[in-house]
Design a protein around this ligand. Structure first.
Ligand SMILES: Cc1cc2nc3c(=O)[nH]c(=O)nc-3n(C[C@H](O)[C@H](O)[C@H](O)COP(=O)(O)O)c2cc1C
Length: 142
């Protein structure tokens, strides 16, 4: 059974909804899943999981949240080569540019990236929730 660790940051809860749907679906698909916020886990602990899924909304100007999430991700970066990694998050008006930048950083670090990062416009609607469930179920088999 794969161990999936999901670590997320959220301001208004939209990325947390995504995390919860991904987690529930991955559990149902047979993964051992742990979910927590940034700040509740060290980079070292997070890297012990077989698969790491990171959630962060678009903040700043198409950036990761700078006070908590980005420092955490920078601690992970030197250790991501070959590591199974999935990215997700909610956004507002930008069309997903922050996710493409984030994917590029992960790829440059050599991460074994699961699909394209999953994005949802603001609070996930029914279609976005279904997409999160499908993402989580497939991630369990990654
Ligand atoms: C300070 C701030 C900066 C933001 N910057 C962007 C941005 O650059 N691009 C974008 O698409 N959305 C941006 N947004 C919108 C958020 O990404 C969006 O509301 C998202 O759903 C928030 O997710 P959360 O509920 O998980 O915090 C920003 C929101 C705030 C409050």
């Amino acid at each position: 059974m794969s161990k999936l660790q999901i670590v997320f940051w959220t301001m208004t809860g939209n990325t947390q909804i995504m995390a919860d749907f991904i987690a529930d679906a991955a559990k149902q698909a047979g993964a051992e899943v742990a979910v927590c916020r940034v700040g509740e886990i060290t980079a070292e602990e997070a890297l012990k999981a077989d698969i790491l899924a990171l959630g962060c909304p678009a903040m700043g100007a198409e950036e990761l949240e700078s006070a908590e999430f980005e420092p955490f991700f920078e601690q992970l970066l030197p250790h991501l080569a070959g590591h199974k990694l999935a990215l997700f998050g909610s956004y507002g008006w930008g069309g997903g540019e922050w996710m493409r930048n984030w994917e590029q950083q992960a790829q440059d670090a050599g991460a074994n990236l699961f699909r394209e990062g999953l994005i949802a416009l603001e609070r996930p609607d029914a279609d976005a929730m279904t997409a999160c469930e499908e993402f989580g179920a497939a991630l369990a088999q990654f």
